[in-house]
Design a protein around this ligand. Structure first.
Ligand code: ARG
Length: 601
Protein backbone atom coordinates (compact mmCIF):
# COMPACT_ATOMS: atom_id res chain seq x y z
CA UNK A 1 0.00 0.00 0.00
CA UNK A 2 2.97 2.32 0.59
CA UNK A 3 3.97 1.88 -2.97
CA UNK A 4 0.48 2.90 -3.99
CA UNK A 5 0.58 6.03 -1.86
CA UNK A 6 3.88 7.12 -3.39
CA UNK A 7 2.65 6.38 -6.88
CA UNK A 8 -0.39 8.60 -6.38
CA UNK A 9 1.78 11.38 -5.03
CA UNK A 10 4.12 11.26 -7.96
CA UNK A 11 1.18 11.38 -10.28
CA UNK A 12 -0.28 14.47 -8.65
CA UNK A 13 3.15 16.11 -8.63
CA UNK A 14 3.74 15.56 -12.30
CA UNK A 15 0.36 16.94 -13.32
CA UNK A 16 1.09 20.20 -11.49
CA UNK A 17 3.42 22.88 -12.80
CA UNK A 18 7.03 22.17 -11.85
CA UNK A 19 7.35 22.66 -8.14
CA UNK A 20 9.57 25.42 -6.76
CA UNK A 21 12.75 23.57 -5.75
CA UNK A 22 14.32 26.47 -3.87
CA UNK A 23 13.67 25.88 -0.16
CA UNK A 24 14.37 29.46 0.86
CA UNK A 25 11.94 30.79 -1.73
CA UNK A 26 9.29 28.26 -0.72
CA UNK A 27 9.49 29.60 2.81
CA UNK A 28 9.54 33.17 1.52
CA UNK A 29 6.19 32.49 -0.12
CA UNK A 30 4.70 31.46 3.21
CA UNK A 31 6.10 34.57 4.84
CA UNK A 32 4.86 36.72 2.01
CA UNK A 33 1.33 35.57 2.73
CA UNK A 34 1.82 36.17 6.42
CA UNK A 35 3.21 39.68 5.86
CA UNK A 36 0.20 40.58 3.72
CA UNK A 37 -2.08 39.59 6.58
CA UNK A 38 0.09 41.18 9.25
CA UNK A 39 0.58 44.61 7.68
CA UNK A 40 -2.14 44.91 5.01
CA UNK A 41 -1.47 48.64 4.72
CA UNK A 42 2.19 48.24 3.78
CA UNK A 43 2.19 47.06 0.17
CA UNK A 44 4.69 44.66 -1.41
CA UNK A 45 6.83 43.86 1.58
CA UNK A 46 9.60 41.66 0.34
CA UNK A 47 10.08 38.76 2.76
CA UNK A 48 13.62 38.65 4.15
CA UNK A 49 14.31 34.98 4.72
CA UNK A 50 17.70 33.52 5.58
CA UNK A 51 19.11 30.27 6.89
CA UNK A 52 19.62 30.46 10.66
CA UNK A 53 23.13 30.64 11.93
CA UNK A 54 22.20 29.94 15.55
CA UNK A 55 20.33 26.92 16.88
CA UNK A 56 16.90 28.64 17.18
CA UNK A 57 15.58 27.15 13.98
CA UNK A 58 16.40 26.27 10.38
CA UNK A 59 15.34 29.52 8.71
CA UNK A 60 14.40 32.94 9.95
CA UNK A 61 12.34 35.87 8.75
CA UNK A 62 13.92 39.24 9.48
CA UNK A 63 11.17 41.67 8.48
CA UNK A 64 9.87 42.75 11.90
CA UNK A 65 12.60 45.31 12.66
CA UNK A 66 12.43 47.08 9.32
CA UNK A 67 8.64 47.10 9.37
CA UNK A 68 8.61 48.70 12.80
CA UNK A 69 10.82 51.51 11.53
CA UNK A 70 8.28 52.04 8.74
CA UNK A 71 5.08 52.02 10.79
CA UNK A 72 6.00 53.36 14.21
CA UNK A 73 4.45 56.70 14.97
CA UNK A 74 1.54 55.85 12.70
CA UNK A 75 -1.65 54.38 14.04
CA UNK A 76 -0.82 50.74 14.69
CA UNK A 77 -1.76 47.87 16.94
CA UNK A 78 1.90 46.92 17.36
CA UNK A 79 4.09 48.01 20.25
CA UNK A 80 7.45 47.16 18.74
CA UNK A 81 9.31 44.66 16.55
CA UNK A 82 8.71 41.67 18.85
CA UNK A 83 4.94 42.11 18.65
CA UNK A 84 5.18 42.36 14.86
CA UNK A 85 7.24 39.16 14.95
CA UNK A 86 4.53 37.47 17.01
CA UNK A 87 1.91 38.51 14.45
CA UNK A 88 4.03 37.30 11.53
CA UNK A 89 4.30 33.97 13.30
CA UNK A 90 0.54 33.79 13.99
CA UNK A 91 -0.32 34.65 10.40
CA UNK A 92 1.89 32.01 8.80
CA UNK A 93 -0.31 29.79 6.63
CA UNK A 94 -0.66 26.15 7.61
CA UNK A 95 2.02 24.12 5.89
CA UNK A 96 3.23 20.56 6.05
CA UNK A 97 6.75 22.00 5.71
CA UNK A 98 6.75 23.48 9.19
CA UNK A 99 7.30 21.76 12.49
CA UNK A 100 7.39 24.74 14.82
CA UNK A 101 7.87 28.47 14.96
CA UNK A 102 9.19 30.93 17.54
CA UNK A 103 10.08 34.59 17.94
CA UNK A 104 13.48 35.47 19.29
CA UNK A 105 15.45 38.55 20.27
CA UNK A 106 14.25 41.82 18.75
CA UNK A 107 11.69 40.07 16.51
CA UNK A 108 13.31 37.34 14.43
CA UNK A 109 10.76 34.73 13.44
CA UNK A 110 12.40 31.32 13.45
CA UNK A 111 10.96 28.27 11.79
CA UNK A 112 11.90 24.67 12.20
CA UNK A 113 11.14 22.40 9.27
CA UNK A 114 9.28 19.18 9.81
CA UNK A 115 11.45 16.08 9.85
CA UNK A 116 8.96 14.07 7.88
CA UNK A 117 8.66 16.79 5.22
CA UNK A 118 12.46 16.91 4.81
CA UNK A 119 12.54 13.12 4.54
CA UNK A 120 9.73 13.06 2.03
CA UNK A 121 11.38 15.74 -0.11
CA UNK A 122 14.68 13.87 -0.22
CA UNK A 123 12.89 10.67 -1.14
CA UNK A 124 10.96 12.47 -3.87
CA UNK A 125 14.27 13.58 -5.39
CA UNK A 126 15.52 9.98 -5.28
CA UNK A 127 12.49 8.84 -7.25
CA UNK A 128 12.08 11.72 -9.67
CA UNK A 129 15.74 12.58 -10.13
CA UNK A 130 18.05 15.43 -9.16
CA UNK A 131 16.97 17.47 -12.16
CA UNK A 132 13.78 18.31 -10.28
CA UNK A 133 16.07 20.30 -7.97
CA UNK A 134 17.37 22.47 -10.79
CA UNK A 135 16.91 26.19 -10.09
CA UNK A 136 14.31 28.06 -12.10
CA UNK A 137 15.86 31.16 -13.62
CA UNK A 138 13.93 33.96 -15.32
CA UNK A 139 15.92 33.77 -18.59
CA UNK A 140 16.05 31.45 -21.57
CA UNK A 141 19.38 32.17 -23.24
CA UNK A 142 22.79 33.37 -22.08
CA UNK A 143 26.21 33.91 -23.59
CA UNK A 144 29.22 32.89 -21.52
CA UNK A 145 32.33 34.44 -23.09
CA UNK A 146 35.25 32.58 -21.57
CA UNK A 147 38.72 31.14 -22.10
CA UNK A 148 39.30 33.38 -25.14
CA UNK A 149 43.07 33.09 -25.65
CA UNK A 150 44.92 34.99 -28.35
CA UNK A 151 46.09 33.34 -31.54
CA UNK A 152 49.84 32.81 -31.74
CA UNK A 153 50.33 34.17 -28.26
CA UNK A 154 50.55 31.88 -25.28
CA UNK A 155 47.53 30.48 -23.48
CA UNK A 156 48.52 31.25 -19.92
CA UNK A 157 47.24 30.42 -16.44
CA UNK A 158 44.88 33.39 -16.65
CA UNK A 159 43.19 31.75 -19.60
CA UNK A 160 43.15 28.49 -17.64
CA UNK A 161 41.28 30.25 -14.82
CA UNK A 162 38.85 31.74 -17.31
CA UNK A 163 38.31 28.32 -18.87
CA UNK A 164 37.64 26.62 -15.54
CA UNK A 165 35.42 29.35 -14.07
CA UNK A 166 33.53 29.96 -17.32
CA UNK A 167 32.84 26.26 -17.83
CA UNK A 168 31.38 25.95 -14.33
CA UNK A 169 29.15 28.98 -14.81
CA UNK A 170 27.96 27.59 -18.12
CA UNK A 171 27.25 24.20 -16.53
CA UNK A 172 25.26 25.76 -13.69
CA UNK A 173 23.18 27.82 -16.12
CA UNK A 174 22.61 24.82 -18.39
CA UNK A 175 21.48 22.76 -15.41
CA UNK A 176 19.02 25.59 -14.67
CA UNK A 177 17.49 25.12 -18.13
CA UNK A 178 19.18 28.14 -19.67
CA UNK A 179 20.46 27.69 -23.21
CA UNK A 180 24.11 28.72 -23.04
CA UNK A 181 26.14 29.93 -26.00
CA UNK A 182 29.65 29.02 -24.89
CA UNK A 183 31.75 31.55 -26.72
CA UNK A 184 35.47 31.45 -27.28
CA UNK A 185 36.22 35.08 -28.17
CA UNK A 186 39.71 34.31 -29.44
CA UNK A 187 42.03 37.17 -30.31
CA UNK A 188 42.35 36.45 -34.02
CA UNK A 189 42.28 39.94 -35.51
CA UNK A 190 45.06 42.02 -34.00
CA UNK A 191 47.76 43.96 -35.83
CA UNK A 192 50.15 41.14 -34.86
CA UNK A 193 48.91 39.22 -37.90
CA UNK A 194 50.64 41.53 -40.37
CA UNK A 195 53.93 40.75 -38.74
CA UNK A 196 53.20 37.03 -38.42
CA UNK A 197 52.16 36.62 -42.02
CA UNK A 198 55.08 38.59 -43.39
CA UNK A 199 57.44 36.53 -41.26
CA UNK A 200 55.80 33.35 -42.50
CA UNK A 201 56.26 34.37 -46.14
CA UNK A 202 59.89 35.10 -45.41
CA UNK A 203 60.90 32.09 -43.31
CA UNK A 204 58.59 29.34 -44.65
CA UNK A 205 58.43 30.05 -48.39
CA UNK A 206 56.66 26.74 -49.05
CA UNK A 207 54.04 27.44 -46.38
CA UNK A 208 51.24 26.44 -48.72
CA UNK A 209 52.72 23.05 -49.68
CA UNK A 210 51.78 20.78 -46.85
CA UNK A 211 48.53 20.57 -44.97
CA UNK A 212 50.25 22.03 -41.97
CA UNK A 213 52.91 24.70 -41.86
CA UNK A 214 56.19 23.68 -40.31
CA UNK A 215 56.20 26.47 -37.80
CA UNK A 216 56.69 24.16 -34.86
CA UNK A 217 56.35 26.20 -31.75
CA UNK A 218 54.00 29.03 -32.58
CA UNK A 219 55.03 31.03 -29.56
CA UNK A 220 58.68 30.95 -30.55
CA UNK A 221 57.59 31.96 -34.02
CA UNK A 222 55.68 34.88 -32.57
CA UNK A 223 58.70 35.99 -30.55
CA UNK A 224 61.06 35.74 -33.50
CA UNK A 225 58.75 37.72 -35.74
CA UNK A 226 58.41 40.40 -33.10
CA UNK A 227 62.17 40.69 -32.84
CA UNK A 228 62.32 41.17 -36.58
CA UNK A 229 59.54 43.75 -36.40
CA UNK A 230 61.42 45.73 -33.77
CA UNK A 231 64.81 45.64 -35.41
CA UNK A 232 64.13 45.94 -39.13
CA UNK A 233 62.33 49.08 -40.33
CA UNK A 234 61.74 47.58 -43.80
CA UNK A 235 60.13 44.51 -42.32
CA UNK A 236 58.07 46.70 -40.04
CA UNK A 237 56.73 48.64 -42.97
CA UNK A 238 55.86 45.48 -44.89
CA UNK A 239 54.17 44.07 -41.79
CA UNK A 240 52.02 47.17 -41.42
CA UNK A 241 51.01 47.00 -45.04
CA UNK A 242 50.27 43.29 -44.59
CA UNK A 243 47.63 44.11 -41.98
CA UNK A 244 45.87 46.33 -44.51
CA UNK A 245 46.14 43.67 -47.21
CA UNK A 246 44.80 40.99 -44.85
CA UNK A 247 41.90 43.14 -43.73
CA UNK A 248 41.28 44.06 -47.36
CA UNK A 249 40.79 40.36 -48.03
CA UNK A 250 43.75 39.60 -50.31
CA UNK A 251 43.55 35.81 -50.90
CA UNK A 252 47.05 34.64 -49.98
CA UNK A 253 47.09 36.86 -46.90
CA UNK A 254 43.75 35.44 -45.89
CA UNK A 255 44.97 31.87 -46.46
CA UNK A 256 48.06 32.46 -44.35
CA UNK A 257 45.89 33.88 -41.58
CA UNK A 258 43.62 30.84 -41.70
CA UNK A 259 46.63 28.53 -41.41
CA UNK A 260 48.12 30.37 -38.46
CA UNK A 261 44.78 30.38 -36.64
CA UNK A 262 44.42 26.67 -37.32
CA UNK A 263 47.70 25.84 -35.61
CA UNK A 264 46.72 27.80 -32.52
CA UNK A 265 43.29 26.28 -32.49
CA UNK A 266 44.74 22.75 -32.40
CA UNK A 267 46.93 23.78 -29.48
CA UNK A 268 43.96 25.19 -27.55
CA UNK A 269 41.86 22.16 -28.35
CA UNK A 270 44.36 19.87 -26.64
CA UNK A 271 43.77 21.73 -23.39
CA UNK A 272 39.99 21.77 -23.78
CA UNK A 273 39.87 18.06 -24.50
CA UNK A 274 41.83 17.29 -21.38
CA UNK A 275 39.67 19.50 -19.23
CA UNK A 276 36.45 18.21 -20.77
CA UNK A 277 35.48 21.74 -21.72
CA UNK A 278 33.36 22.49 -24.73
CA UNK A 279 33.49 25.91 -26.42
CA UNK A 280 32.30 27.38 -29.66
CA UNK A 281 34.69 29.76 -31.33
CA UNK A 282 33.50 33.12 -32.55
CA UNK A 283 36.69 35.11 -32.61
CA UNK A 284 37.21 38.85 -32.82
CA UNK A 285 37.35 38.65 -36.63
CA UNK A 286 33.75 37.44 -36.70
CA UNK A 287 32.45 40.76 -35.41
CA UNK A 288 34.59 42.92 -37.67
CA UNK A 289 31.94 43.37 -40.38
CA UNK A 290 29.44 44.60 -37.80
CA UNK A 291 31.62 47.37 -36.40
CA UNK A 292 30.85 50.16 -38.92
CA UNK A 293 27.08 49.86 -38.51
CA UNK A 294 27.30 49.70 -34.74
CA UNK A 295 29.53 52.77 -34.59
CA UNK A 296 27.14 54.53 -36.94
CA UNK A 297 24.30 53.83 -34.55
CA UNK A 298 26.31 55.14 -31.61
CA UNK A 299 27.33 58.21 -33.58
CA UNK A 300 23.67 58.79 -34.44
CA UNK A 301 22.92 58.74 -30.73
CA UNK A 302 25.59 61.39 -30.18
CA UNK A 303 27.75 59.15 -28.06
CA UNK A 304 30.94 59.31 -30.07
CA UNK A 305 33.20 62.36 -30.40
CA UNK A 306 36.60 63.24 -31.85
CA UNK A 307 39.58 63.39 -29.58
CA UNK A 308 43.09 64.04 -30.88
CA UNK A 309 42.29 62.32 -34.15
CA UNK A 310 40.70 59.29 -32.53
CA UNK A 311 37.00 58.60 -32.00
CA UNK A 312 36.01 58.10 -28.38
CA UNK A 313 33.08 57.81 -25.97
CA UNK A 314 33.29 59.88 -22.79
CA UNK A 315 31.32 58.53 -19.87
CA UNK A 316 30.49 59.73 -16.42
CA UNK A 317 32.34 57.88 -13.69
CA UNK A 318 35.41 57.01 -15.76
CA UNK A 319 38.63 58.98 -15.85
CA UNK A 320 39.44 57.93 -19.41
CA UNK A 321 37.23 57.69 -22.49
CA UNK A 322 36.54 54.47 -24.37
CA UNK A 323 38.44 54.62 -27.65
CA UNK A 324 36.47 53.04 -30.49
CA UNK A 325 38.43 54.16 -33.56
CA UNK A 326 42.20 54.67 -33.36
CA UNK A 327 43.80 57.76 -34.85
CA UNK A 328 44.99 55.65 -37.83
CA UNK A 329 41.34 54.81 -38.51
CA UNK A 330 41.65 51.20 -37.32
CA UNK A 331 39.29 49.42 -34.98
CA UNK A 332 40.38 47.94 -31.66
CA UNK A 333 39.45 45.66 -28.76
CA UNK A 334 36.69 48.02 -27.63
CA UNK A 335 35.05 48.48 -31.02
CA UNK A 336 35.04 44.69 -31.39
CA UNK A 337 33.44 44.24 -27.98
CA UNK A 338 30.76 46.81 -28.74
CA UNK A 339 29.91 45.00 -31.98
CA UNK A 340 29.98 41.63 -30.20
CA UNK A 341 27.63 42.91 -27.50
CA UNK A 342 25.29 44.30 -30.13
CA UNK A 343 25.35 40.97 -31.97
CA UNK A 344 24.71 38.93 -28.85
CA UNK A 345 21.75 41.08 -27.86
CA UNK A 346 20.15 41.53 -31.26
CA UNK A 347 21.13 38.55 -33.38
CA UNK A 348 21.57 35.87 -30.74
CA UNK A 349 18.88 37.30 -28.45
CA UNK A 350 20.83 36.51 -25.32
CA UNK A 351 19.34 37.89 -22.14
CA UNK A 352 22.44 37.56 -20.00
CA UNK A 353 25.95 38.06 -21.36
CA UNK A 354 28.75 36.98 -19.06
CA UNK A 355 32.43 37.77 -19.63
CA UNK A 356 35.08 35.84 -17.73
CA UNK A 357 38.50 37.54 -17.65
CA UNK A 358 41.03 38.70 -15.07
CA UNK A 359 40.05 41.73 -12.98
CA UNK A 360 42.52 43.81 -14.95
CA UNK A 361 39.91 44.11 -17.71
CA UNK A 362 37.15 45.25 -15.38
CA UNK A 363 37.28 48.90 -16.42
CA UNK A 364 37.19 47.98 -20.10
CA UNK A 365 34.01 45.94 -19.64
CA UNK A 366 32.34 48.43 -17.37
CA UNK A 367 32.90 51.13 -19.99
CA UNK A 368 31.54 48.90 -22.76
CA UNK A 369 28.46 48.10 -20.64
CA UNK A 370 27.97 51.76 -19.78
CA UNK A 371 28.15 52.71 -23.45
CA UNK A 372 25.58 50.00 -24.26
CA UNK A 373 23.40 51.30 -21.51
CA UNK A 374 23.59 54.87 -22.82
CA UNK A 375 22.77 53.57 -26.29
CA UNK A 376 19.61 52.06 -24.82
CA UNK A 377 20.70 48.46 -25.43
CA UNK A 378 20.77 47.60 -21.74
CA UNK A 379 18.43 48.76 -18.97
CA UNK A 380 19.60 51.20 -16.31
CA UNK A 381 19.43 48.94 -13.29
CA UNK A 382 21.47 45.78 -12.95
CA UNK A 383 18.48 43.75 -11.71
CA UNK A 384 16.52 43.49 -14.95
CA UNK A 385 17.38 41.71 -18.17
CA UNK A 386 19.00 41.85 -20.64
CA UNK A 387 22.05 42.12 -18.51
CA UNK A 388 25.82 42.10 -19.06
CA UNK A 389 28.17 40.97 -16.28
CA UNK A 390 31.92 40.92 -15.97
CA UNK A 391 33.22 38.00 -13.94
CA UNK A 392 36.66 39.15 -12.88
CA UNK A 393 39.23 36.94 -11.22
CA UNK A 394 42.55 37.45 -9.47
CA UNK A 395 46.06 36.33 -10.32
CA UNK A 396 47.52 32.88 -9.99
CA UNK A 397 50.53 33.03 -7.68
CA UNK A 398 53.39 30.63 -7.21
CA UNK A 399 54.32 29.36 -3.78
CA UNK A 400 56.85 32.20 -3.55
CA UNK A 401 53.93 34.64 -3.60
CA UNK A 402 54.89 36.01 -7.00
CA UNK A 403 53.13 35.56 -10.33
CA UNK A 404 53.02 31.86 -11.15
CA UNK A 405 55.70 30.67 -13.55
CA UNK A 406 57.82 27.56 -13.77
CA UNK A 407 61.58 27.41 -13.35
CA UNK A 408 62.94 29.46 -16.20
CA UNK A 409 60.10 30.02 -18.64
CA UNK A 410 58.04 33.18 -18.61
CA UNK A 411 54.71 31.41 -18.67
CA UNK A 412 53.69 27.95 -17.61
CA UNK A 413 52.90 25.61 -20.48
CA UNK A 414 49.44 24.47 -19.52
CA UNK A 415 49.86 20.99 -20.93
CA UNK A 416 52.86 20.42 -18.66
CA UNK A 417 50.88 21.59 -15.73
CA UNK A 418 48.05 19.15 -16.38
CA UNK A 419 50.57 16.37 -17.01
CA UNK A 420 52.16 16.97 -13.66
CA UNK A 421 48.81 16.94 -11.83
CA UNK A 422 48.02 13.64 -13.49
CA UNK A 423 51.36 11.97 -12.88
CA UNK A 424 51.42 13.07 -9.26
CA UNK A 425 47.99 11.65 -8.58
CA UNK A 426 48.93 8.45 -10.38
CA UNK A 427 51.99 8.11 -8.17
CA UNK A 428 49.80 8.56 -5.09
CA UNK A 429 47.47 5.81 -6.31
CA UNK A 430 50.39 3.47 -6.96
CA UNK A 431 51.67 4.17 -3.48
CA UNK A 432 48.33 2.85 -2.21
CA UNK A 433 48.76 -0.32 -4.20
CA UNK A 434 46.10 0.47 -6.80
CA UNK A 435 48.33 -0.63 -9.67
CA UNK A 436 47.99 -4.17 -8.32
CA UNK A 437 44.26 -3.97 -7.62
CA UNK A 438 43.16 -2.16 -10.79
CA UNK A 439 43.67 -2.40 -14.52
CA UNK A 440 46.02 0.13 -16.09
CA UNK A 441 43.01 1.81 -17.69
CA UNK A 442 41.26 2.26 -14.35
CA UNK A 443 44.45 3.63 -12.90
CA UNK A 444 44.91 6.20 -15.65
CA UNK A 445 41.27 7.25 -15.65
CA UNK A 446 41.26 7.77 -11.90
CA UNK A 447 44.59 9.62 -12.03
CA UNK A 448 43.12 11.99 -14.62
CA UNK A 449 39.86 12.51 -12.75
CA UNK A 450 41.70 13.24 -9.52
CA UNK A 451 44.54 15.27 -11.05
CA UNK A 452 42.45 17.52 -13.28
CA UNK A 453 39.71 17.67 -10.66
CA UNK A 454 42.29 18.90 -8.15
CA UNK A 455 43.47 21.70 -10.45
CA UNK A 456 39.89 22.82 -11.09
CA UNK A 457 38.71 22.62 -7.51
CA UNK A 458 41.76 24.47 -6.14
CA UNK A 459 40.83 27.34 -8.43
CA UNK A 460 37.07 27.28 -7.93
CA UNK A 461 36.98 26.99 -4.15
CA UNK A 462 38.44 30.47 -3.67
CA UNK A 463 36.40 33.59 -4.05
CA UNK A 464 37.38 34.27 -7.64
CA UNK A 465 38.27 37.93 -7.06
CA UNK A 466 41.19 37.04 -4.79
CA UNK A 467 44.57 35.90 -6.03
CA UNK A 468 45.21 32.23 -5.44
CA UNK A 469 48.36 30.28 -4.82
CA UNK A 470 49.01 27.35 -7.08
CA UNK A 471 50.41 24.43 -5.11
CA UNK A 472 50.38 20.81 -6.24
CA UNK A 473 51.11 19.66 -2.70
CA UNK A 474 48.07 21.46 -1.35
CA UNK A 475 45.61 20.61 -4.10
CA UNK A 476 46.58 16.91 -4.12
CA UNK A 477 46.35 16.50 -0.37
CA UNK A 478 43.75 13.87 0.53
CA UNK A 479 42.79 15.75 3.70
CA UNK A 480 41.14 19.13 3.96
CA UNK A 481 39.06 21.01 1.44
CA UNK A 482 40.43 19.44 -1.76
CA UNK A 483 38.97 17.58 -4.72
CA UNK A 484 40.94 14.50 -3.69
CA UNK A 485 39.28 14.42 -0.28
CA UNK A 486 35.83 14.98 -1.80
CA UNK A 487 36.25 12.42 -4.57
CA UNK A 488 37.38 9.83 -2.03
CA UNK A 489 34.44 10.69 0.22
CA UNK A 490 32.10 10.04 -2.69
CA UNK A 491 33.81 6.76 -3.58
CA UNK A 492 33.51 5.65 0.04
CA UNK A 493 29.75 6.27 0.03
CA UNK A 494 29.41 4.25 -3.18
CA UNK A 495 31.31 1.40 -1.58
CA UNK A 496 29.05 1.44 1.51
CA UNK A 497 26.05 1.01 -0.77
CA UNK A 498 27.78 -1.66 -2.87
CA UNK A 499 28.91 -3.64 0.14
CA UNK A 500 25.41 -3.63 1.67
CA UNK A 501 24.38 -5.92 -1.17
CA UNK A 502 21.01 -4.17 -1.37
CA UNK A 503 19.20 -3.19 -4.55
CA UNK A 504 19.28 0.58 -4.02
CA UNK A 505 17.14 1.40 -7.05
CA UNK A 506 14.38 -0.82 -5.72
CA UNK A 507 14.66 0.65 -2.23
CA UNK A 508 13.96 4.14 -3.58
CA UNK A 509 10.36 3.10 -4.12
CA UNK A 510 9.84 0.46 -1.46
CA UNK A 511 11.87 1.90 1.40
CA UNK A 512 11.24 5.03 3.42
CA UNK A 513 13.56 7.69 4.72
CA UNK A 514 13.08 8.50 8.39
CA UNK A 515 15.13 11.24 10.00
CA UNK A 516 15.26 10.41 13.70
CA UNK A 517 18.86 11.11 14.69
CA UNK A 518 20.03 14.74 14.76
CA UNK A 519 22.85 13.95 12.32
CA UNK A 520 20.43 12.30 9.90
CA UNK A 521 18.25 15.36 10.01
CA UNK A 522 21.18 17.75 9.50
CA UNK A 523 22.27 15.76 6.47
CA UNK A 524 18.74 15.67 5.05
CA UNK A 525 18.30 19.42 5.47
CA UNK A 526 21.66 20.14 3.86
CA UNK A 527 20.73 17.98 0.87
CA UNK A 528 17.53 19.96 0.50
CA UNK A 529 19.48 23.21 0.32
CA UNK A 530 21.22 22.16 -2.89
CA UNK A 531 18.84 24.04 -5.15
CA UNK A 532 19.04 27.41 -3.41
CA UNK A 533 22.82 27.11 -3.30
CA UNK A 534 23.17 26.42 -7.02
CA UNK A 535 20.83 29.32 -7.69
CA UNK A 536 22.91 31.62 -5.50
CA UNK A 537 26.19 30.48 -7.09
CA UNK A 538 24.63 31.03 -10.48
CA UNK A 539 22.98 34.41 -9.98
CA UNK A 540 25.95 35.85 -8.10
CA UNK A 541 28.40 34.15 -10.46
CA UNK A 542 30.35 32.66 -7.56
CA UNK A 543 31.40 29.01 -8.02
CA UNK A 544 33.04 28.99 -4.57
CA UNK A 545 29.56 29.02 -3.04
CA UNK A 546 28.93 25.59 -4.57
CA UNK A 547 32.36 24.35 -3.42
CA UNK A 548 31.59 25.40 0.16
CA UNK A 549 28.28 23.58 -0.04
CA UNK A 550 29.93 20.42 -1.32
CA UNK A 551 32.61 20.47 1.36
CA UNK A 552 30.00 21.03 4.04
CA UNK A 553 27.94 18.18 2.61
CA UNK A 554 30.80 15.76 3.01
CA UNK A 555 31.30 17.01 6.57
CA UNK A 556 27.61 16.41 7.33
CA UNK A 557 27.93 12.95 5.86
CA UNK A 558 31.03 12.10 7.89
CA UNK A 559 29.27 13.16 11.08
CA UNK A 560 26.21 11.12 10.18
CA UNK A 561 28.28 8.08 9.25
CA UNK A 562 30.35 8.10 12.41
CA UNK A 563 27.31 8.44 14.67
CA UNK A 564 24.73 6.34 12.85
CA UNK A 565 25.44 2.73 11.94
CA UNK A 566 24.24 2.04 8.43
CA UNK A 567 24.75 -1.55 7.30
CA UNK A 568 23.25 -4.10 9.66
CA UNK A 569 21.27 -1.59 11.74
CA UNK A 570 17.50 -1.51 12.20
CA UNK A 571 17.48 1.74 10.21
CA UNK A 572 19.52 0.27 7.37
CA UNK A 573 17.06 0.97 4.55
CA UNK A 574 16.49 4.61 5.47
CA UNK A 575 20.19 5.21 6.01
CA UNK A 576 21.21 3.56 2.75
CA UNK A 577 18.77 5.88 0.99
CA UNK A 578 20.41 8.84 2.72
CA UNK A 579 23.80 7.57 1.51
CA UNK A 580 22.44 7.30 -2.02
CA UNK A 581 20.93 10.80 -1.91
CA UNK A 582 24.25 12.19 -0.67
CA UNK A 583 26.15 10.44 -3.47
CA UNK A 584 23.70 11.77 -6.07
CA UNK A 585 23.98 15.36 -4.85
CA UNK A 586 27.76 15.10 -4.61
CA UNK A 587 27.94 13.82 -8.18
CA UNK A 588 25.79 16.69 -9.41
CA UNK A 589 28.10 19.13 -7.62
CA UNK A 590 31.12 17.48 -9.25
CA UNK A 591 29.42 17.66 -12.60
CA UNK A 592 28.64 21.36 -12.18
CA UNK A 593 32.26 22.00 -11.18
CA UNK A 594 33.50 20.08 -14.23
CA UNK A 595 34.99 17.32 -12.09
CA UNK A 596 34.70 13.66 -13.12
CA UNK A 597 33.61 11.52 -10.14
CA UNK A 598 35.34 8.33 -9.11
CA UNK A 599 33.40 5.37 -7.80
CA UNK A 600 36.04 3.36 -6.04
CA UNK A 601 39.24 4.06 -4.21
N1 ARG B 1 41.54 37.66 -25.66
C1 ARG B 1 41.37 38.37 -24.43
C2 ARG B 1 42.58 38.14 -23.54
O1 ARG B 1 43.33 37.21 -23.72
C3 ARG B 1 40.12 37.97 -23.68
C4 ARG B 1 38.83 38.21 -24.41
C5 ARG B 1 37.66 38.31 -23.47
N2 ARG B 1 36.43 38.52 -24.13
C6 ARG B 1 36.02 39.66 -24.72
N3 ARG B 1 34.85 39.67 -25.29
N4 ARG B 1 36.76 40.74 -24.69
O2 ARG B 1 42.80 38.90 -22.62
Amino acid sequence: SRRLVLATKIHSASTMAAEEPNLKRKLAKLFEASLKATVPNVPDVEPLVAACTAKFGDYQCNNAMGLWAQIKGKETEFRGPPSIGQAIMRNLPQSEMLESCSVAGPGFVNVKLSNSWIAKSVQKMLIEGIDTWAPQLPIKRAVVDFSSPNIAKEMHVGHLRSTIIGDTLARMLEFSHVEVLRRNHVGDWGTQFGMLIEFLFETVPNWEDGKEIAIGDLQAFYKASRERFKNDPDFKERAQKAVVRLQGGEPNYHRAWVQICEISRKEFQRIYRRLGVHLEEKGESFYNPYIPEVLKELTGKNLIEDSEGARVIFMEGFNIPLMVVKSDGGYNYASTDLAALWYRLNEEKAEWIIYVTDVGQQQHFHMVFKAANRAGWLPDDDKSYPKASHVGFGLVLGEDGKRFRTRDTEVVPLVDLLDEAKSRSKAALIERGKNVEWTEEELVQTAEAVGYGAVKYADLKNNRTTNYTFSFDQMLNDKGNTAVYLLYAHARICSIIRKSGKDIEGLKNTGEIVLAHADERALGLHLLQFSEIVEEACTNLLPNVLCEYLYHLSECFTKFYSNCQVVGSAEETSRLLLCEATAIVMRKCFYLLGIVPVFKI
